[in-house]
Design a protein around this ligand. Sequence first.
Ligand SMILES: [Zn+2]
Ligand SMILES: [Zn+2]
Length: 267
Amino acid sequence: MLRRVLAETGDALVSVFFPGGCRLCERLLTRASRLPICEECLGAFPALPLRVCPICGSPALAATTLEPRSSESESPPGSERRTCLDCAERTYRFDCARSYAAYRGTLARAVVLLKFERIDPLAAYFGERLASLAQRTDLAADIIVPVPLHRVRERERGFNQAELIAKEVAKRLRLPFKPVLLMRTKARPDKHILTNDERWRIVRGAFATRPGSQVDNKRVLLVDDVMTTGATLDACAGALLEAGAKSVIGLTVARAVRRETPTGIGE
Ligand SMILES: [Zn+2]
Ligand SMILES: [Zn+2]
């Protein structure tokens, strides 16, 4: 009887006894940090390998291809870069995109947690990871811009998680933070699961720069929480380039990766 009661109230008991437990696994947090995620969960974030597609950042280089070139003979030797198959077929309006880790496991849960709950220390943790990734990979930029939420969505939620992360990136890279430069003019539909085609369709013309925004000749580092197909980053890049930006680089915490793709840490 007692055992059953304990089993039923287990979760409640854990939260009573360990009010500051890890938000992903409820393990007791032993270190003095405001980040409510334990070392084990942080250590299980599925890192991406060093070698990724030079354009979209995908680790899916198992079936590689050479970046399309105008002519084999005109290219200087060694100039070819291996891209993923998607990038061999399509062009994005951003120069390149990079992500901290694969969107699955504890990282996916942490990203979702930040989407629905404003946990500033978690945004700071992600911001630090992205800033060091930008430095390590020489991503040059003049300003930091978060991917905006539609104003109705932002009002519902109370904050924009991409903005929280981008602000931390800007602070660490000592670059101007421009959260109101871009705006989302068309909201994402409520439907949770979207096909890839739907993702590209719904973001078409969904972003615009605010009138009077100073983006002329600026290299923009565009920050978001997750990159799925690249459609959102591409649409934002389009609006920024139209407004006169020199270039756009996408930087996201997580990246959707197909299951069969090898990543840094095995599952
Ligand atoms: Zn944990
Ligand atoms: Zn690619």
